[in-house]
Structure formats: C-alpha cells, structure tokens
Write a protein of this length. Structure first.
Length: 332
C-alpha cells in the first residue's frame, strides 16, 4: 500500500494569498498517481488531495493536522506527505500555514509532523515541503544543525531554514515542485526506469545554481524506495547481457568492419573490407545501445562506426562497470 497526502494552499484568510501552490499540488498528484510505464499502472492509490484555491477554498489547521496524522497512522509501504503553501519559522521551530492562520506560528508545527512520521509504522515516510524556511524540518530547536529523524524517514525541502521558496518566472508554479515533477517524469530515472528520493534530489540540486534557493535533503534509510517507474532507456534483457558481451568489467571488446552494416560506396568496392556479418551486426546494435546511455565508449575513435570500420575496440565506462557488477551479482 502506497499512500500520499498532497496539500496545496493558495487562499489564506489573514495572510497574503499565493498563486501556484494548488497547481503544484495537482501536478504532484498527476505525477504520483500512476507509473509512467506503457500500462500506466497504479502507483499511489488514490492520493488524497487537499487544496485551497482562491477565493473560496479553505484548508483549516485542524483538518490539515488530522490528515497528516491519518496518513502516518498505519503500516503502509510508503506514506508520502507533500505540502505547498506558506511556511514560517521562529526560535521554537517551523510551521506549515493553513488557510485560517493569523500569523505563522499558529500553523501546524513541523515538530508535530515529525512526531507523526517518526512514530509511524509505515516502512518509508517521505516528507516533501515546497514552502519558505522548510529546511528547518526535523531540526532540534536547541541544537542548531542537528536533525532528529527515525529510521525510514526522508525529507526533501524547497529551501533552507533561512531561505524563501521561489516561484517559476511568471508565477503559477514553484521552482522546486516543477523540478520535482520533471524528475518524476523521467529526468531522474536510472537505467531500469526507477526514480528514488535520492535521484530526485540530485536532479533538483544540479538544476539550481549556487545563488538560487538551495534544496535540503535529510534521510535515515538503509535503502531508497522507488517513487515511480518510467520506461527504461534500454531494454532490461540488453542490460542483463552486459556480462555476456564483457566477461570482465575491464574487457576490451574487439571490433572490425564485419560488425558495422553501413558502408560507403568506396568501402563496398574495397575487397579488403569484409562484408557485414548478420550475427555480429546484431551484437553491434546492442553495443550501440550501451553507448547511447553511456555504458561504454569506443577506444581510439570518435564514434562506434569509426571503431568498427577502423578495427578498434570498445570498453565499459565507470557507469557501465557499475551496472556490470549489478548484473554479475544478480541485482537486476
């Protein structure tokens, strides 16, 4: 069972209204509800979506707190909480502002959210916050720089404790959530099509410059869980064939013109160049697939075509060696 509570609040009774949080919540719901595979199989089963759109939308603090409590109140495989809205921080910690807040410190305290998550029997507790000062989540109020998270908890936030969370140019969406959704759509997928919290953070981290808001990542897990699956950039059977084509990770695969099916007119007329071999050209197609996803590179040639015609070789890249070892250990 994979549960998700997704909250987006644009409308506030006493605080300044926002413009992109409801859009962000709906984008996250669409990205998480189903996998990106060809079957569009169910991922998070019927995510609960709470939104407060202007002018009549409303999410009260009591409703928000109860929804968070219920999210973490069982032994789900994943319990994911996403919030987009106003955030507040003071000397006592951070707060998530509901529609009925008068000032920030009467919102839902992040310490309460963390208590629900830390005590939850869910195997993976994931908290995603696109709000100002959200990096304060799980920080000990008396021990600056110290986070308190139990086993199985992962936190991804849009900004540090001191920073604001920016919107995309023109408004209508948060920078952090836009990158998060891009990651879920496949930008953070590995070669088997899985997207984890770690790969999502890496994508967001690389996309934001040193002078922009900085995302925060805190985790206490033994192994990352997959948040979503998308089509793999290379068929799994080809990936598993790595150890067949390369008996060792440092093996140089020798090539010659018989592997390359394409010939120029001069090469077709040259009797010293052997004709294409159907079995070898089939293997060469797999090797080219490896090259496209940076699993191997030609040696002494700019492209695989030149390596074959010039009777050079190809060898695994560091990424290729990593996946070779995964195949060799039966991990794929």
């Amino acid at each position: 069972m994979r549960k998700a509570l997704i909250v987006g609040i644009d409308h506030y009774q006493h605080l300044k209204d926002l413009s992109g949080c409801v859009n962000d919540a709906r984008s996250m719901t669409a990205a998480l509800e189903r996998h990106g595979d060809a079957e569009a199989s169910v991922n998070f089963d019927q995510p609960r979506l709470l939104t407060a759109a202007r002018p009549a939308g409303f999410v009260a603090r009591a409703e928000l707190r109860e929804a968070v409590r219920r999210l973490f109140d069982d032994d789900a495989e994943i319990a994911l909480f996403y919030f987009a809205g106003h955030g507040w921080v003071d000397d006592t910690g951070g707060f998530l502002c509901a529609s009925d807040c008068y000032d920030g410190n009467d919102g839902l305290a992040l310490s309460e959210v963390m208590t629900f998550a830390n005590k939850s029997a869910a195997r993976n507790k994931i908290i995603v916050l696109d709000s100002c000062h959200s990096g304060v989540a799980a920080n000990h109020p008396m021990l600056r720089g110290t986070a308190e998270i139990s086993s199985g908890v992962t936190i991804l936030t849009a900004s540090t404790e001191e920073q604001y969370a920016d919107e995309t140019p023109g408004g209508g969406a948060g920078v952090f959530t836009s990158l998060f959704v891009d990651a879920l759509d496949g930008a953070a997928a590995n070669l088997v099509g899985e997207i984890t919290p770690g790969s999502v953070y890496a994508h967001i981290d690389q996309s934001l410059g040193s002078w922009a808001q900085r995302p925060v990542f805190k985790t206490n897990v033994k192994r990352f869980v997959s948040l979503r699956k998308v089509p793999a950039p290379i068929p799994l059977d080809q990936l598993r064939a790595l150890t067949r084509h390369f008996p060792t990770p440092d093996h140089d695969f020798p090539l010659d013109p018989s592997y390359e099916p394409e010939r120029s007119p001069d090469q077709l007329a040259d009797p010293s160049i052997p004709p294409p071999d159907p079995e070898r050209t089939e293997v060469f197609q797999v090797l080219q697939s490896y090259a496209k996803v940076n699993l191997l590179r030609p040696v002494g040639a700019p492209h695989m075509w030149h390596a074959a015609i010039g009777s050079r070789s190809c060898r695994l890249t560091p990424l290729g060696k990593h996946y070779w070892r995964l195949v060799d250990k039966g991990r794929l």
